[in-house]
Ligand binder design. Structure first.
Ligand SMILES: [Cu+2]
Length: 353
């Protein structure tokens, strides 16, 4: 009986060892199968495969972009003082053209980027500062940086082509004039270099500053994801419908200032309508006196300006292109206006928000 028991025990242990071996072998096979490579084909198709990928055009290194972070992010550069007292602002901008971005669920688009995002960083200086841009082209195509504003011819980023795979150029100019300006690549075919995403915003503040405000940047852009020179998606800050699904929180009775730049190609105009309010509008932001008090501006390519407004009543308010095709293809957002607690304590009014 004792002998029989020990036989059963040996058999049981053998079965356990065998099963464990099978388990580890099996799970190892599963884990190998799960390691799928993701790549985008030359025609834009997204392929997942466990097979060997020969010569993929793009890898799975899809870029991350957070429109909420971009909205209020200003890059003032590395600041130092020149012997004559001038403020020097140094920026390093790296161009790349191999990033893939999921611009809408399931829609992958090969974007060309300044510092890894579309739009590139918002470069900000004060009138009279010396702006120095250390530009590095890590792309596979030639690129440049062309700033709108006032500067010497050789700093215009048009004829000084910066070659691929490590080409360098230093742009240096005095910040001016006061306002909001675009910057973009100026290599031919220009349309392609812009619509792929090589643009950003350059703000020049007046020396005396502007009144304190909740400031944000909105770049109106379009995405031609099927390369037929018509936009398939429109947006404020690249991701269609983003600020509709993630409303921008602002406060009642607080000054809001938006630096808006239209970078939509292919369509001759864009516009911006604000609900439940009107705004003071400063075309190109070059004057400190507003030109209009309106709820609608129309902008052609690279037209831009500064909008200022305050909301009196809390709640949800749309802002969007009143060119309805654009808003229905993504260029629409919501301001979620919250009661400013400071104001509420002063007025004692509760809007029940
Ligand atoms: Cu370019």
């Amino acid at each position: 009986m004792k002998k029989y028991r020990s036989r059963i025990m040996i058999a049981s242990i053998s079965v356990i060892i065998a099963m464990s071996a099978l388990y580890f072998t099996f799970t190892e096979e599963i884990s190998v199968q799960l390691e799928e490579a993701v790549f985008v084909t030359h025609t834009g198709g997204v392929i997942k495969t466990t097979g060997e990928v020969l010569d993929p055009l793009y890898t799975s290194a899809t870029m991350e972009f957070d429109p909420m972070k971009y909205l209020r992010e200003f890059n003032y550069g590395k600041v130092s003082q020149l012997p004559d007292g001038t403020t020097l602002r140094e920026f390093t901008i790296i161009a790349e053209d191999d990033k893939v971005m999921e611009v809408s669920p399931g829609v992958f688009f090969n974007v060309w980027t300044f510092n890894g995002t579309v739009p590139g960083p918002t470069i900000r200086a004060t009138e009279g500062d010396l702006v120095r841009i250390n530009f590095i082209n890590n792309g596979l195509k030639s690129h440049t940086m062309h700033f709108h504003g006032i500067h010497p011819a050789e700093m215009d980023g048009v004829f000084e082509i910066v070659g691929p795979e490590g080409g360098k150029f230093t742009y240096e100019f005095e910040a001016g004039p006061v306002g909001v300006h675009p910057y973009h690549c100026h290599v031919m075919p220009l349309e392609e270099h812009i619509v792929r995403g090589l643009y950003g915003v350059y703000i020049v503040d007046p020396k005396e500053g502007r009144p304190v405000a909740d400031e944000m940047v909105m770049v109106l852009n379009g995405l031609d994801t099927d390369f037929d020179t018509e936009n398939n998606f429109y947006a404020a800050n690249t991701i269609p419908f983003y600020y509709q699904h993630h409303p921008i929180e602002i406060n009642t009775n607080e000054l809001i200032r938006i630096y808006v730049v239209n970078m939509v190609e292919f369509d001759p105009i864009n516009n911006l309508h604000l609900h439940g309010n009107l705004y003071k509008y400063y075309p190109t932001g070059t004057d400190i006196v507003p030109s209009f008090y309106t709820d609608m501006i129309t902008l052609s390519q690279t037209e831009r300006g500064i909008m200022e407004f305050e909301y009196e009543y809390p709640g949800k308010y749309l802002f969007h292109a009143h060119k309805v095709e654009f808003s229905e293809k993504g260029w629409v957002g919501i301001f979620l206006v919250k009661d400013n607690l400071d104001q509420k304590s002063q007025t004692g009014i509760d809007y029940g928000n």
